[in-house]
Design a protein around this ligand. Structure first.
Ligand code: FAD
Length: 298
């Protein structure tokens, strides 16, 4: 089923997983997928690694999850380090395997490098990739968007202009980067409507697991840490168990507010873990997404 059809019929809960570094890690990913399956996600997505073998695992996990978990799949693909023929190979295999949904991204520069350099015969921007996919393949396409602006965008107005180009290039819906202050998301929604963007926008939520991890992630993606979260990070700086429970509480409140304000969907960055998300969904008991079993740590 296409995700745009789902989004047009109901508000969604979805999860994102990433491919492990080695094949030995795949069973653990599937254990998480199957645990969270019990909360009836509307779709799950599998990210596209920065390079090497994990890319093959993206295909493997997406195709196998579509077969084994009773769920709609969205595969991620990026322009990074791949020529158009190589990208076409991946897209052809996904399409032949029946994957209908794809989020098309640019990808990040390698660690330590500031600028994104397109591969020879590759694509420089997500919109270039999207136009190519729209013209040559048959996927329900999504694009990324940034409530606080993309780290390398010069200003919010330019960032929104580029977001609008994604919709013009074929994105049927958008998924946001993580954010911790819902007011950033609401201000982004107002700017998006003002720019004429009328596709559904799904909010990306990352429950905090550890203080150091969230500082690293937010620094990399340019998301800010609001004072109320900063206080929690300081309090549990050396207590990962305490931080995880506080992260569940913070994300529960964040999602509850987003849901009450009418968000079209919540996309949980699961980081291949199921415990925090199952606890958050147990707390919220959103219609259609109540759990069947007590949450296990994982
Ligand atoms: P783009 O839309 O190309 O934007 C990148 C920058 O270029 C922005 O500053 C934008 O304003 C600017 N820009 C865009 N178009 C133009 C143009 N025509 N001319 C000039 N400037 C332009 N990364 C992975 O490696 N794998 C994943 O699976 C993955 N999944 C993600 C899922 C989501 C929901 C999100 C939010 C991010 C994901 N990322 C992933 C990270 C993503 O690759 C980075 O955020 C990347 O830096 C930008 O990707 P983009 O698709 O938004 O790029």
């Amino acid at each position: 089923m296409t995700i745009i059809d789902i989004l047009e019929s109901r508000r969604t809960i979805s999860y994102e997983f990433y491919p492990p570094r080695t094949a030995e890690g795949i069973p653990a990913v599937f254990r998480s997928i199957m645990r969270l399956e019990q909360y009836h996600p509307d779709f799950i997505s599998v990210t596209y690694g920065a390079g090497g073998t994990t890319r093959a695992f993206t295909e493997e996990i997406a195709i196998r999850a579509q077969r084994e978990a009773d769920c709609t799949i969205m595969a991620h693909i990026t322009c990074a380090g791949q020529s158009q023929p190589e990208i076409d190979g991946v897209l052809g295999r996904l399409q032949n395997a029946g994957i209908e949904n794809l989020i098309a991204l640019r990808g990040d520069p390698p660690a330590g490098e500031a600028d994104f350099v397109p591969a020879k015969d590759g694509f420089a921007h997500a919109t270039d990739l999207m136009k190519h996919i729209t013209a040559n393949f048959n996927f329900c396409l999504a694009g990324a968007c940034y409530p606080e602006g993309h780290v390398s965008s010069p200003d919010l107005r330019t960032d929104m202009e580029h977001t609008r180009w994604k919709v013009e290039a074929g994105a049927r819906f958008l998924v946001t980067q993580l954010f911790y202050d819902n007011d950033d998301f609401y201000a982004f929604m107002d700017r998006a409507h003002g720019a004429g963007i009328d596709v559904p926008i799904v909010a990306g939520v990352l429950p905090v697991l550890s203080s150091s991890q969230i500082r690293r992630f937010t620094q990399l993606c340019g998301a800010s840490i609001p004072p109320k979260l900063e206080a929690i990070l300081e309090r549990f700086a050396d207590d990962d168990d305490g931080m995880r429970e506080a992260g569940i509480d913070y994300a529960t409140r964040q999602v509850q507010d987003l849901w009450e304000q009418g968000v079209r969907g919540i996309h949980f960055y699961a980081l291949n873990r199921s415990y925090s998300i199952s606890k958050i969904l147990d707390n919220l008991r959103l219609p259609g997404h109540e759990g069947l079993v007590a949450a296990e740590r994982g």
